[in-house]
Design a protein around this ligand. Structure first.
Ligand code: SF4
Length: 693
């Protein structure tokens, strides 16, 4: 009733779960989150009045009794509470000792795609300014880094070229390696609505994901690890049928002849042999994509998490360019980003080894001089170590200490048993988080951070739209916002930034970062959100990118022939099944938030493996029976779900669970050579019924 509504506080803010970027009103009372309701639709153009189960009900974690509320320091192997001053001094000493003894490059820093843009900007500034190293990275490395490496070299930016309006109004979708319905639920609903209104949809995936089951979808099952092959096959068919966009290719691209030549061997028959895609389905999809007035090419980690993920994205971008569907309204390249702020905090803000904020390369003298002057330090002209390289270097003893903000590599890295061992062996580890994660257990100091409900800042959605996150309740206990913690730490290295609010940080970002040049909290409040590039305060932001030219040196898009490689390790007699990993609707990432939702855990509380009925029969495994899954790296015991979702010979395990973690099975050395993303989407395994049921 109105009377009851008067008793609560209402704060319009942005969802903390996925990068679709839904906005809503958060209802709070006496420091507790009560729930969400639709906000003024003007402030929420991406979702209007819709939210998914996580955005609507996923807020219990904020008030969880497990929240970290005091700084903790480890003494004789046990944590005890400490004051902020003691804890921060200890972090500063721990990092400084390693720097003094071994140099700054013996330190590794992990930033957070879940934290705000301002938090991530502060983190990369702290690392570069206080230590003069670029050894700062984040979990974007483990998911979309191949997207970034391919797209930035081909079209300019490692980001979606479309905005939400394009995605809702295109005439055709090609979706691959994306479980859109479960991972980007509100977007999936919008896509389905557009399809019901007449758009075409083609889904290529090793797993019959829910979008593939949607009755309007044309679904083609392909073998895992062979995406470059079927995409090249589509490029070939488009050219063969003379359906390529000659004028666009001529005026706006380079590399067409090289691509044309390289795809010759990918005949429909060859594609069928390697990937299992029936020739008729491949041809129909290729023709539909090429003939459509507009088309969005959509993918997530099924395309990227391979030792050849960059090449997969190159192939996909070639297909989009050959058909003339980039730099045009309602058309373009659309990697769906996973976590709420992986686009902004994980990339745009520069917590990545090769780039300062706004994708300004550290190897470019002009960029480097700008940041050297702004930060008052000399900086290396070579990129630092990626997160996967940091772990390998730590294993070799070259990285001695780490600082991890809002990430849980003890569960998300490939071959986690080894990752945990590495974390345990570090000389010094500090973790800044909202819960005592598996990573934090190994830390010397743990610093309590706030959740989005207690923080001010911004998140950048998949479609490059920067939106405000607003503090609705006071921080729990003695927790602080991530940027405040980093600012305090930075003072201990002689750098007093003097930010009073997150808005001050965004003003500095705007000063140093051309693509964020016109973005300020005041403008975001007034205009509801802005898509970058937004160069100055009069610039309206950019919805569809590259309408006139690409952001490359010559303004043209650069196609190239992808290097076609299959999985780094094929299945064999000992490990005859291909394991692919992924996510489920109710869970989020390594579960630090969703595992604290009783409702969610009642529905989705246990890890499982999906096995095709034919494969199950061969293995002698029945539905609901426990099985042991073994890879060259480890074994786990999980319950079997016999289902036709994966194809025969392929099995699927989600990545959210610490018990029987799937990343005990994955390989930390099978990495994409350009982006260093691990091969989560193809691990050879064997499966047998467990002795104990
Ligand atoms: Fe939040 Fe994503 Fe769900 Fe929207 S679709 S409510 S952004 S989790």
């Amino acid at each position: 009733s109105d009377y009851r509504l008067e008793q609560v506080d209402v704060t319009d803010t942005t969802c903390t779960y996925c990068a679709v970027g839904c906005r809503f009103d958060l209802y709070t009372k006496d420091g507790k989150v009560l729930g969400t309701r639709p906000t003024d639709p003007e402030k929420a153009p991406i979702n209007g009045i819709s939210t998914c189960v996580k955005g609507k009900f996923g807020w219990d974690f904020v008030d969880s009794d497990d929240r970290l509320t005091e700084p903790l320091v480890k003494e004789d192997g046990e944590f005890r509470e400490a004051t902020w001053d003691e804890a921060l001094d200890r972090v500063a000493d721990g990092l400084r000792d390693i720097e003094d003894d071994h140099g700054a490059d013996a330190l590794g820093f992990v930033s957070s795609s879940k934290a705000g843009n301002e938090d991530n900007y502060a983190m990369q500034k702290f690392v570069r300014q206080s230590f003069g190293t670029h050894n700062v990275d984040n979990c974007n490395r483990l998911c979309h880094s191949p997207t970034v490496s391919a797209l930035s070299s081909m079209v300019g930016y490692g980001a979606a070229s479309v905005d939400h309006d394009d995605l809702e109004n295109t005439d055709c979708y090609l979706i691959t390696g994306s479980n859109t319905t479960e991972n980007h639920p509100v977007l999936a609903t919008r896509i389905k609505q557009n399809v019901l209104d007449g758009a075409d949809i083609y889904v290529f995936d090793p797993r019959e994901v829910r979008m593939a089951e949607f009755e309007e979808s044309h679904y083609t099952r392909v073998e895992p690890g062979q995406d470059t092959v079927w995409i090249n096959g589509m490029v070939r068919h488009v050219i063969e049928e003379d359906l390529h966009d000659e004028a666009f290719i001529e005026e706006r691209t380079t590399g067409f002849e090289e691509v044309k030549e390289s795809v010759q061997k990918f005949t429909p028959e060859y594609v069928e042999e390697v990937t299992g895609a029936p020739p008729e389905e491949l041809k129909e999809a290729a023709e539909a994509v090429a003939k459509a007035d507009s088309c969005c090419f959509c993918w997530t980690l099924g395309l990227t998490e391979h030792a050849h993920g960059t090449e997969n994205v190159v192939a996909m971008a070639n297909l989009a360019l050959v058909t003339g569907h980039v730099g045009k309204e309602h058309s373009g390249l659309s990697p769906f980003r996973g976590q709420n702020n992986v686009q902004g905090g994980g990339g745009d803000m520069g917590p990545i080894p090769p780039n300062f904020p706004g994708y300004q390369s550290v190897t470019d003298d002009e960029n480097r001089e700008k940041f050297e002057e702004a930060y008052g330090v000399d900086l290396p002209d070579e990129p630092g170590l990626t997160i996967t390289e940091q772990f390998l270097a730590a294993d070799d003893g070259d990285i001695k200490g780490m600082y991890v903000m809002g990430e849980n590599p003890a569960l998300s890295e490939p071959n986690v048993a080894h990752a945990e061992e590495i974390l345990a062996n570090l000389d010094f580890l500090a973790v800044q988080d909202i819960f005592m994660t598996e990573t934090a257990e190994h830390a010397d100091v743990v610093l309590p951070a706030t959740t989005a409900a207690e923080s001010n800042g911004t998140f950048t959605a998949s479609t490059r739209r920067v939106q405000l996150v607003k503090q609705a309740i006071d921080p729990k206990g003695n927790s602080k916002q991530d940027w405040q913690i980093v600012q305090e730490l930075s003072k201990r290295f002689g750098n007093d930034w003097g930010y009073e609010t997150a808005a001050d940080i965004m003003d500095e970002v705007a000063d140093l970062t051309p693509i964020y040049g016109g973005i300020s909290h005041d403008r975001l409040e007034e205009e509801g959100g802005l898509c970058w590039p937004c160069y100055d305060e009069d610039h309206p932001g950019t919805g569809t990118m590259y309408l006139d030219e690409f952001e490359t040196d010559d303004g043209l898009a650069h196609m190239r022939a992808p290097d076609v490689r299959g999985p780094s390790r094929e299945v064999d007699e000992e490990f005859p099944l291909a394991l692919t990993t992924g996510r489920v609707l109710y869970q989020y990432h390594t579960g630090t938030m969703t595992h604290r939702q009783e409702g969610i855990m009642a529905i989705s509380g246990e890890n499982f493996i999906e096995i095709h009925p034919e494969t199950a029969e061969e293995l002698g495994v029945a539905d609901d029976e426990y099985v042991v899954v073994t890879s060259p790296h480890g074994s786990i015991r999980v319950i079997a779900q016999v289902t036709e979702r994966p194809g025969p010979g392929t099995v699927f395990i989600p990545m959210h669970f610490e018990e029987s973690a799937v990343n005990l099975l994955t390989d930390e050395e099978a990495l994409d050579p350009d982006a260093h993303a691990p091969e989560y989407k193809h691990t050879p395994v064997s499966v047998r019924p467990a002795d104990d049921q």
